[in-house]
Design a protein around this ligand. Structure first.
Ligand SMILES: NC(=O)c1ccc[n+]([C@@H]2O[C@H](COP(=O)([O-])OP(=O)(O)OC[C@H]3O[C@@H](n4cnc5c(N)ncnc54)[C@H](OP(=O)(O)O)[C@@H]3O)[C@@H](O)[C@H]2O)c1
Length: 236
């Protein structure tokens, strides 16, 4: 059977690199990066695409290039994201706008650009990567939490608009994982975070990869509009 094509944004980041590695044998991979490194060797089934996702025109151009290269997109994973740490009253408007632009506007523009193609193909999956912080809030993360909470509303509306076309749309609300932006957290704060997780450990990217495989398979196709909590018991 022909392998499905995944467009994974932020494939140069900590989680993105791991997801690319874990998914590349079962899927054809369109890997997005911005300023980071291409980690995997490129070939016909695995190819990198550069874009600043704050620019709708770059998103549209990238989608065209991916379809030209692979002939199709089956699964969009909106994984690229940035965090910004500051108390609300110290958050500069540029930082607020930048966080919203990458974490919320870009997934909207990516979905908007991919949907006509998925509709033509009468199937597919959109998976947005959110955070437990969207559900609980966390001191010093108002821009990040707001952007990630916005993804949940966006996804619920997408699921209702797209169900008729057999396209499912879901959000993965991640707790704390062992790579990526977690590396910016100071060691002493990391211990506090791990102590708060009922399972007392960080998550591993293979849980995210297996959830993506399930949601994009025939077995998971009936699941849509859901916020799937991958958080070791941090929020339920
Ligand atoms: N790691 C965790 O524990 C955790 C927990 C909850 C949620 N998440 C979510 O998981 C996702 C991946 O996080 P991560 O930990 O892997 O973060 P990361 O290592 O910081 O990677 C961030 C990614 O976003 C891309 N990016 C940043 N600015 C961009 C822009 N203007 N245009 C396009 N791409 C841009 C980066 O591209 P370049 O490097 O190429 O510039 C990079 O690939 C994020 O949405 C994050 O919110 C992570």
């Amino acid at each position: 059977m022909e392998k499905k094509v995944i467009l994974l944004t932020g494939a140069s980041g900590g989680l993105g690199r791991e997801l690319a590695r874990l998914l590349k044998d079962e899927f054809r991979m369109a890997l997005h990066y911005y300023k980071g490194e291409k980690e995997l060797e490129e070939n016909a089934d695995c190819y990198y695409f550069q874009a600043d996702l704050r620019q709708e025109s770059e998103i549209q151009e990238m989608i065209k290039k991916v379809i030209l290269h692979f002939g199709q997109i089956d699964i969009l994973i909106n994984n690229a994201g940035v965090s910004h740490s500051a108390m609300t009253w110290k958050t500069e408007s540029e930082a607020w706008k930048n966080t919203l632009a990458i974490n919320l506007d870009a997934p909207f523009y990516l979905a908007k650009a991919v949907i006509p193609h998925l509709r033509e193909r009468k199937g597919g999956s959109i998976i947005n990567i959110s955070s437990v912080v969207a559900q609980t809030g966390y001191i010093g993360t108002s821009a990040y939490a707001a952007s990630k909470a916005g993804l949940i509303g966006l996804t619920k509306s997408l699921s209702k608009e797209l169900a008729h076309f057999q396209i499912n749309a879901n959000v993965l609300a991640l707790g704390y994982f062992n790579t990526g932006m977690i590396e910016e957290v100071p060691e002493n704060q990391l211990d506090d975070i791990v102590n708060q997780i009922p399972m007392n450990r960080l998550g591993e990217p293979n849980l995210i990869a297996s959830t993506i495989k399930w949601l994009s398979s025939d077995e998971g196709a009936y699941v849509t509009g859901q916020t799937i909590n991958l958080n070791g018991g941090l929020y339920s």
